[in-house]
Each structure stands twice: as C-alpha cells, then as structure tokens.
Design a protein around this ligand. Structure first.
Ligand code: 5RP
Length: 233
C-alpha cells in the first residue's frame, strides 16, 4: 500500500520530534539536512524556548541547517569551536538492513558525513518508505564532484558500470551547486554488492569530493511508520 505525501510528512514530523527529545542539556548537536531533520531542529528550538533544554550548540551540516538552526534559536558553531559532537540527527534516502545509508538527496552529504561520523551517537531519522532490502534499489548514489573534473569522473564512473546523471536544478536551467561550489553526479548501479568497497572506490576517483554511501556510521535508526492507522516510531 503506498503512503500519501501528507502521511509521509506526518511520519517525518513524528520521527524528527522523537530524535530531538533524546538531546540533553549541554550537548553539541550535529544538525542534519532535509525535511525530516527540519522537524528535529524545530523541536530543539521549541525545547530551548520552553526551558526544557539549556546550553546546547548546533553544528550545521549545510547552509539550510544553519539557517533553520538560527531561525529556531539554536546557537550555531563550527567544528573549530568544539572538541566533540555528542549527537547528530540526520535523514537518509535509503537505509538497508545493515544500517548502511545512501544520503545526499539534498546535495549535503559531504558535510553530513564529516559531522555525522564525528558524533558519539548518530541518529538516523526516516519514514518507512526509506527502508530497502538492497541499497541502490530506489535511489542513485550521489557524488559531489569538482566542476573541472565532471567529464573525467563521468567516464571513470561509467567504467565501473555506473550510469551517471548530472543533477540539475528544479528549473532544469543549470546544475545543482553544493554549499562547497561543486556539482553532483547521481550514479545508478545495477547492484551494490559491497557498499564499503564501492564507497572507497568512488572516493578514490580524482575529482570526487565525497560520495553518499554511509557505511558503519549509523548508531540508531528511528523509523516512522503507520501502525493501526496511526503514525508510530
Ligand atoms: C541531504 C540528505 C537528507 O538527509 C536526505 O535526502 C533525506 O531528506 P528528507 O528528510 O527530506 O527525506 O541526505 O543531503
């Protein structure tokens, strides 16, 4: 049974709020990117304003997360200002049974991988539509690529058996540009047999800044799903 866009939004909200409830006063919090994490950031702001939380700081994984964090009153810091990340909350585009992820639907996977990997506790927040048996079945692997290297990286990825597609903006009048000023190739693979190996292989191509495979990073997955007609986690 397919879930309506409205119901998916409800699940994202439930799961985002549930993740934000796990944050404690004094924590350094990695702020992920995307529509699910946006609900977590909003809830963190609500808890701060209500006095339920004090002294947290947010490390944004994107310009979007930084803007949202500021909007909801979360003090924003950089990795230069802190010596740890206690918890990171971030979404994903696919999650497999080994807790391996594909991320980068928001073109933010490079900074997300830095912040999420540093976290003592990395919480992934997804609705049930993101769960897959095999990675790559619904989503391509995003690569952030230096613009001057787009052509050679495209050829290198094709040699590996991937089908690369330059990500275009909503109006299709130009490529998506990341927060770092790079472009994104979405690479479809017929099958991803070994995600850890593919993650390394892709990052070894000169010109690739980072790819969206997250292997061995996830600590906890919160999944929003409908049970008995009600959103639950
Ligand atoms: C951004 C990401 C997002 O976390 C991912 O695309 C999920 O987004 P959403 O919560 O909007 O479904 O990886 O680069």
């Amino acid at each position: 049974m397919s879930i309506s866009a409205e119901d998916i939004k409800k699940l994202k909200q439930e799961v985002g709020i549930a993740a934000a409830q796990r944050v404690k006063s004094g924590m350094v919090v990695g702020l992920g990117t995307g529509s699910t994490t946006a609900f977590a950031i909003e809830e963190l702001g609500r808890r701060l304003a209500a006095g339920e939380l004090t002294d947290i700081v947010g490390i944004p994984t994107s310009f979007q997360a930084s803007v949202l964090g500021k909007k909801y009153g979360i003090p924003i810091r950089s990795l230069d200002d802190v010596d740890r990340v206690d918890v990171a909350i971030d979404g994903a585009d696919e999650v497999d049974p080994h807790k391996t992820l594909i991320k980068g639907g928001g073109a933010a996977h490079t900074r997300e991988k830095v912040v999420d990997s540093l976290a003592t506790l990395f919480i992934v927040v997804v609705d049930e539509s993101k769960l897959v048996d095999k990675l790559g079945s619904t989503f391509a692997v995003p690569l952030e690529v230096l613009p001057m290297a787009i052509s050679p990286v495209t050829r290198a990825v094709e040699k590996l058996g991937g089908k690369p597609d330059l990500r275009m903006g909503i109006k299709k009048d130009g490529p998506v540009i990341t927060d770092q000023g790079n472009m994104v190739l979405d690479v479809t693979f017929e099958a991803i047999a070994d995600a850890a190996e593919l993650e390394k292989t892709l990052n070894n191509i000169p010109g690739v800044v980072e790819n969206g495979l997250f292997v061995g990073v996830t600590d906890l997955i919160l999944v929003g799903e409908f049970k008995d007609g009600k959103p639950q986690i």
